[in-house]
Write a protein that binds this ligand. Structure first.
Ligand code: B12
Length: 211
């Protein structure tokens, strides 16, 4: 089995130690960091997303795979930055103000990273001004908002409105998600996309970047 095949399997199996070891070995064997991401991590996380969607995998398996992918990305990130590789897009992500739930948001961030996106994670309980600051400073093309509470869903609308008022709405695509959120709500607040899972988030982000 090649190092890339080992890495592919380690991510799908959620074995972070094996993923880190296979990443180091692939680099030592001269495989380009970008090839490791696009040729191995992205397809592995696509497969994890597929298994999640057909209910072969559940949240615990997704978290383990995300951790394995993160272990590989932690090694690759500085090498990618040094080689000037172009990401699929730049995403600012965070859980909206008043909401401390970040497990789903972290999963979405990991899947996006596995999907080849550069991800700037602002954490949880993030006010609208902080999203504006990060999107502007980092020149992000996608903003991903998470909310898990019905009482914090309106904060998503506040963020969309803040981008409108700042005259920045044309510069960034906004996607939303979280258990109480749905497509209809996304449309009602003027968001560009909605994803019901971390796997769906990658497909939505790819569509928004291509649009
Ligand atoms: C863990 C948890 C907590 C933890 C959070 C820890 C953490 N670091 O996140 C703690 C204990 C802190 C917590 C606190 C509270 N919680 Co809580 N919590 C949960 C619980 C059990 C699991 C949430 C979770 O992580 N799910 C797993 C992840 C993977 O799923 P997910 O978040 O839905 O994310 C997926 C998708 O939604 C989507 N997604 C998520 N974000 C995004 C973003 C984008 C852009 C896209 C495309 C997709 C996407 O992809 C993810 C992966 O597939 C839920 C119940 C439940 N079973 O859902 C209650 C729940 C969300 N909590 C609830 C409540 C009420 C609270 C509290 C108010 C309780 C209290 N009285 O103190 C506080 C609020 C604190 C606050 N200000 O935020 C309610 C919310 C009810 C409602 N509809 O408003 C729930 C539903 C429990 C219940 N049945 O009553 N909670």
């Amino acid at each position: 089995m090649s190092e890339l095949e080992k890495l592919h399997e380690a991510v799908i199996e959620g074995d972070w130690k094996a993923a880190a070891a296979a990443t180091e070995a692939a680099i030592a064997a001269g495989v380009a960091p970008l090839t490791i991401v696009t040729g191995c991590l992205v397809p592995a996380m696509d497969e994890v997303g597929r298994r999640f969607e057909c209910e072969e995998y559940f949240v615990p398996e997704m978290l383990l795979s995300a951790r394995a992918m993160k272990a590989s990305m932690d090694i690759l990130r500085p090498l990618l930055a040094a080689s000037g590789a172009q990401p699929a897009g730049r995403v600012v992500i965070g859980t909206v103000k008043g909401d401390l739930h970040d497990i789903g948001k972290n999963l979405v961030a990991s899947m996006l990273e596995g999907g080849g996106f550069e991800v700037i994670d602002l954490g949880a309980d993030v006010p609208a001004e902080r999203f504006i600051e990060a999107v502007t400073q980092r020149n992000a093309n996608v903003l991903a908002l998470s909310a898990l509470l019905t009482v914090t869903m309106p904060a998503m609308k506040t963020v969309v409105e803040a981008f409108n008022s700042a005259g920045l709405r044309g510069k960034v695509k906004i996607m939303v998600g979280g258990a109480p959120v749905n497509q209809q709500y996304a449309e009602s607040i003027g968001a560009d996309g909605y994803g019901e899972s971390a796997a769906a988030a990658v497909a939505v982000a790819r569509r928004l970047v291509a649009a």
